[in-house]
Design a protein around this ligand. Sequence first.
Ligand code: C2E
Ligand code: MG
Ligand code: MG
Ligand code: MG
Length: 275
Amino acid sequence: KLDGRATYRFFQLEMDDRMQARRRLELDMRQALARREFQLHYQPQLQLESDRIIGCEALIRWRHPDRGMVSPLDFIPLAEEIGLIVPIGEWVIRQACRDAVTWPAPMSVAVNVSPAQFKSDRLVETIISALASSGLPATRFEVEITEGVLLQESAKTLQTLHRLRELGVRVSMDDFGTGYSSLSYLRSFPFDKIKIDRSFVKDLSGKPDGDAIIRAIAGLGKSLGMTTIAEGVETAEQMQRIRAEGCTDVQGYLISKPVPAEDLPTFFASHPPQA
Ligand code: C2E
Ligand code: MG
Ligand code: MG
Ligand code: MG
């Protein structure tokens, strides 16, 4: 009995600790925008046929004063839960447009938009306003959504997707193949691009028939008229096989890690963007 009470107390303390850490993170995050602690890094995307850089994905970084770099995997979910993703996401969209307008045309920028942000009424207006004030053409702006956005595939979700499309903004399906019904989403909305999840690229080396899924998705994209980009390409062997399977584009450490905006000009100088 004594033992039981001690164990209970231990769990209680551990829970309190975790709640406190979460509250701390939440407070810090609420101040991070005003303190300019967020930063965007950009990861280039290569078109295989032309061997040119066609755009970059914007990936948020949080440079925390005490914790150092905090991974988006560690704060985006909380930001999403408490609604802070809306102002953070708005900052991402505006900053990405300001940066991308300085890149050689027609290079585009892809921005990740999470479910709570997608549901907010402001998304489309924010994008319109960010494009207008930066001068970036809508055709050079891309939105990446995961199937979390489409889970309650409501009329409103589809309407937002169509409004983006009418503006000329492109829409990609991120992490394709990891959810339960990726295929049915392709039927309800004509995405411009399918991003094949990194896990399938990993399977290329090692698993027998590891290339079967990539081949199937590349074929699917081709028949639906969608670009297919493989994520997380790290080796020359993976790239060679992805090319052989018919994917159109690649993104991954082999081409470049995500880099700060100020490092892109050097990268572009050695990897000519699409003419
Ligand atoms: P994601 O959109 O699927 O982004 C790809 C992730 O894979 C990035 O992690 C990128 O750095 C990493 N990656 C790229 N190439 C390679 C590779 O060759 N090998 C390996 N091992 N990893 C690679 P990151 O930057 O940590 O971002 C993680 C996730 O956080 C993103 O996944 C995205 O879902 C989310 N995220 C990042 N920035 C934003 C943002 O601005 N807004 C929202 N809502 N979500 C974001
Ligand atoms: Mg993404
Ligand atoms: Mg992804
Ligand atoms: Mg992924």
